[in-house]
Design a protein around this ligand. Structure first.
Ligand code: ADP
Ligand code: MG
Length: 590
């Protein structure tokens, strides 16, 4: 056995494996260098998902001849930090250019303002080919071609050109959030994907996420013990089916971090279904000694000195913003609605024949194409004994409330109310669910009033399910739900929360078993209780499907206005939608 020292080219290739995983990692490293060099305009051009070509040009400081020579050597950096816990530049490891040069053909063209001409350095798969003077206007242009061409094993792991292009675009966007004052453009395979002009923070978020998000986001602005949290969090009703639209930044560095993602999830736990994910762009600023960014070569992970503090700040601030704004429905929803009943489309529906009763087409918006019995149904649910016009008259001030004055109830579940600027349609069931949920949570501290059942309801279930519920007997009791053992595989319900009215005990207990079964170990008692409350609230459908009197409708609207988070039910569905007069006029082409 003979031990030999690995040649530099091999060492660099091994090291490159950690830093350069795919074309998007090249883009990330090069952009970070441009930003560290003070550029405020960065242009990226790619071909074949970056596998054939990545070209990045910036208007930063550029490099002198001496610098460019060393720039592609390993562990050579101009950003030396005395203290790895106090890092203020994006790069600091002096590895990126060496790594990229080890696994591609790299060509750097640059000119520093102090020198009269520029320089070009060419590196191919670890070997420096040439270093010569070159004409260059200023700043730095870097070309990376044939990435991984000599490493077929790596090449095999790359995804399709489209997927790699998408990853590059995503990487660029993440960085663009953090540097709104810098212009970024991406041209991939000859097509301009975006061109973000320099902007302020809010405008940049809108450039990247779209105006829709900007209009449906809450501003987050909070601080605690030297940590500052800013950014935007989407309304619960603006949620998504996956967690990809969540962007976190720590001291300006885009990160993927479990602590931050977990905190965001916790902040929305109350207002979103488990399979929905909030949309958010959050910036955390903290003294550099409080966070370690040198955890991973790609610098995408961080370690907080006090993660409880960071988590608490996010959960608290986001929750507060949601609660404070529980009232805004999602404009996306009402807009989509308005678009969906565009007059021409309604006419194209075969169900609507010309000359039909006008009331039927007026019903289109709520129920879609009217069924054959549509009209009859509507007549039966419309309460003719109280002409709708009079409802508002009884309470002249109602129209001034945000949710307006109730005018009618349709299909025994939808309350139509007139507001100052338009109309509101409330899903009575969803609204009630939220109100009950908030009432249960509020009642927790003083024990929720219960109602004794005349005859206990016996619910059969698996022995271990019964045991699970009995383990949580005390918690359930706090909500006014009293259960006790009834033989090995049944429970007896003696009392139920009064606010729920009549409940289907078997269905309720089954849901509780599911929900309690999935509680995470170590989850705080408070959040466990919230989950129980949310489960209970689903079963308190006392008012849904019930015809309401005008006073009851208005009372429900007023209750919603006072209830935190009342813009959505516990599953994140909206409890009401609002159509402005302008939207309505647009629908009629006025
Ligand atoms: P690091 O960024 O960690 O210092 P890199 O390998 O990414 O390591 O870059 C090495 C050095 O090359 C940097 O420290 C910087 O001095 C120089 N450099 C790289 N890219 C640029 C650029 N776009 N403009 C100016 N200087 C650059
Ligand atoms: Mg770098």
């Amino acid at each position: 056995m003979t031990i030999v020292r690995l040649p530099d080219t091999i060492v660099n290739q091994i090291a490159a494996g950690e830093v350069i995983e795919r074309p998007a990692s090249v883009v990330k490293e090069l952009i970070e260098n441009s930003l560290d060099a003070g550029a405020d305009r960065i242009e990226v051009i790619t071909a074949a998902g970056g596998k054939n070509l990545i070209h990045i040009s910036d208007n930063g400081t550029g490099m002198t001849r001496a610098d460019v020579k060393m720039s592609a050597e390993r562990h050579c950096t101009s950003k030396l930090a005395d203290d790895l816990l106090d890092i203020r530049t994006l790069g600091f490891r002096g590895e990126a250019l060496a790594s990229i040069g080890a696994v591609s053909r790299l060509c750097i063209t640059t000119r520093n303002g102090a020198e009269s001409n520029g320089w070009r350095l060419e590196v191919a798969h670890g070997n420096i080919l040439a270093e010569q003077p070159a004409a260059h206007a200023g700043g730095t242009s870097i070309e990376v071609a044939d990435l991984f061409a000599k490493l077929p094993a790596r090449l095999k792991f790359l995804k399709s050109d489209r997927a790699e292009t998408a990853a590059i675009a995503e990487t660029l966007k993440r960085i663009a959030f953090a540097f709104p004052q810098v212009g970024f453009s991406l041209v991939a395979d000859g097509r301009q994907r975006f061109d973000f002009q320099p902007a302020d923070q809010a405008a940049r978020v809108a450039q990247i996420m779209g105006n829709e998000f900007a209009e449906n986001a809450l501003v987050i602005d909070a601080g605690r013990e030297g940590i500052v949290l800013g950014g935007f969090a989407g309304l619960p009703s603006f949620s998504r089916g996956n967690a990809q639209s969540q962007y976190f930044f720590v001291n300006g560095r885009p990160v993927r971090d479990r602590v931050l993602a977990g905190a965001l999830r916790a902040a929305y736990a109350d207002v979103l279904a488990r399979d929905r994910h909030p949309v958010a762009v959050l910036f955390v600023e903290m003294p550099s000694g409080q966070v370690d960014v040198n955890v991973h070569p790609a610098k995408a992970e961080v370690r907080f000195r006090d993660q409880g503090l960071v988590r608490g700040l996010i959960v608290g601030a986001v929750r507060q913003a949601i609660a404070g704004d529980g009232f805004r429905g999602s404009t996306e929803l009402s807009r989509g609605l308005a678009a969906s009943f565009d007059g021409r489309r309604a006419q194209a529906r075969p169900a609507v024949s010309p000359g039909r009763d006008w009331r039927q087409s007026a019903n289109l918006p709520l129920g879609g194409p009217p069924s054959a019995s549509g009209l009859a149904e509507d007549q039966s649910t419309f309460d003719h004994s109280t002409p709708s016009g009079e409802v508002a008259m009884s309470e002249p001030g109602d129209a001034d409330h945000p949710l307006g004055a109730a005018r009618a109830q349709l299909h025994e579940n939808y309350i139509v109310a007139q507001t100052r600027g338009g109309l509101v349609i409330v899903d009575q069931h969803a609204a009630h669910e939220r109100i009950v949920y908030e009432a249960l949570k509020k009642g927790l501290d003083r024990n929720v009033a219960s109602q004794m059942l005349l005859v206990p309801e016996i619910v059969e279930m698996e022995a271990d399910e019964a045991a699970l519920l009995l383990d949580h007997r005390e918690e359930l009791l706090r909500f006014g739900l009293a259960v006790e053992s009834f033989g090995p595989s049944a429970l007896a319900i003696r009392e139920t929360p009064a606010i729920l009215g009549e409940v289907n005990g078997a269905a309720l207990l089954r849901d509780l078993v599911d929900r309690i079964g999935e509680l995470e170990v170590g989850e705080g008692l408070r959040s466990q209780l919230d989950k129980v409350a949310s489960t209970l609230a689903c079963h308190g459908s006392v008012r849904s499907g019930r015809r309401l009197r005008p006073e009851e409708m208005n009372a429900l609207l007023r209750q919603m206005e006072e209830t935190p988070n009342s813009g959505q039910c516990n599953h994140g569905r909206p409890t009401f939608i609002e159509l402005s007069l302008r939207d309505i006029e647009r629908l009629f082409g006025r």
